[in-house]
Design a protein around this ligand. Structure first.
Ligand SMILES: C[S@@+](CC[C@H](N)C(=O)[O-])C[C@H]1O[C@@H](n2cnc3c(N)ncnc32)[C@H](O)[C@@H]1O
Length: 272
């Protein structure tokens, strides 16, 4: 990180180890004392802040318990925009506590306004079986934006990468859909993206496909990152599928099932 020019990066996405005693290929110690973990965290967070351009955005993915501390560092130097709750169940219920059901994604910018904020819109939620409405939009149906609903700061539509042809390594791989969303929202083509904790390279492959420039660090083996670039066509296909399902109120597939079962579509309610 010392070799990267200061104030040069448009977007930073960081997904550090969570200090949960996980086994990493890099053999890092993931069971530091709380004080040691926070000291280490402060060092990399401050280094990241230096690299960020004025108007650049900084996202940190972590457990809520650590992101409360990271927020208190970031609040001194950057502007808080959002605490995004990403609804992914990651452990079993704990006795005498609420069931932990979200990861925290902190979103900050350097300076008052982000240089880039591209609104992301989602399709309406419908019944998987009949295509009918799940929420009652009453008289507002004809006011819904045809490009989809506003993305909120609670994300329900992401699932952990578990099986299948897209999984690149044993653990810690974030969903492509998450990075597609963050990168599309907070950067433009040609922008420079930095990820200090490369892992399997999710940030790098999405940046590459979305035509951003990217730079990153990874202390362990980088074979899974290289493998991802060997499989670039597979990831391109995956991203194109993700993109077909955003910025529309109904996808083609949704329109078909709704027409078949005689549920309303924007063109059938006009004027009603
Ligand atoms: C939670 S994983 C990141 C996963 C990544 N977001 C992905 O989707 O594949 C954290 C990564 O940080 C790496 N790491 C830990 N300490 C590091 C350090 N000091 N410098 C660079 N990488 C480090 C680990 O080896 C691990 O691969």
């Amino acid at each position: 990180m010392e070799n990267i020019p200061k104030n040069s990066v448009d977007l930073i996405f960081a997904d550090p180890p969570f200090n949960l005693n996980k086994k990493y290929e890099s053999k890092i110690n993931d069971q530091l004392s709380k004080a040691e973990y926070l000291k280490w965290t402060e060092t990399w967070v401050l280094n990241c802040i230096e690299l960020l351009k004025e108007g650049g955005s900084f996202f940190v993915w972590n457990l809520p318990v650590w992101n409360t501390h990271i927020s208190s560092i970031l609040n001194k130097y950057l502007n808080f925009r959002q605490w995004i709750a990403v609804d992914i169940k990651y452990q079993l219920p704990i006795p005498n506590k609420l069931y932990p059901a979200h990861y925290s994604l902190l979103y900050y910018t350097k300076g008052k306004k982000p240089n880039t904020f591209n609104n992301q819109r989602l399709p309406m939620e419908i019944c998987r079986h009949c295509g009918g409405d799940i929420k009652d939009y009453g008289g507002y149906k004809n006011k819904l934006n045809k490009n989809g609903l506003n993305l909120s700061d609670v994300w329900h539509d992401l699932s952990p990468v578990r099986h299948g042809k897209y999984k690149s390594r044993e653990s810690n791989e974030l969903p492509i859909k998450l990075l597609e969303r963050v990168i599309s929202m907070a950067s433009n083509e040609g922008d420079l993206i930095f990820d200090p904790f490369g892992g399997s390279g999710t940030t790098f492959i999405v940046s590459e496909i979305l035509k951003r420039r990217w730079i990153g660090c990874e202390i362990g083996p980088v074979d899974s990152i290289i493998k991802r670039f060997d499989d670039v066509d597979l990831h391109k296909k995956q991203i194109s599928e993700i993109q077909k399902k955003k910025n529309v109120l109904f996808t083609e597939e949704m329109r078909n099932i709704r027409s078949k079962n005689e549920h309303w579509l924007p063109e059938t309610i006009n004027g009603k």
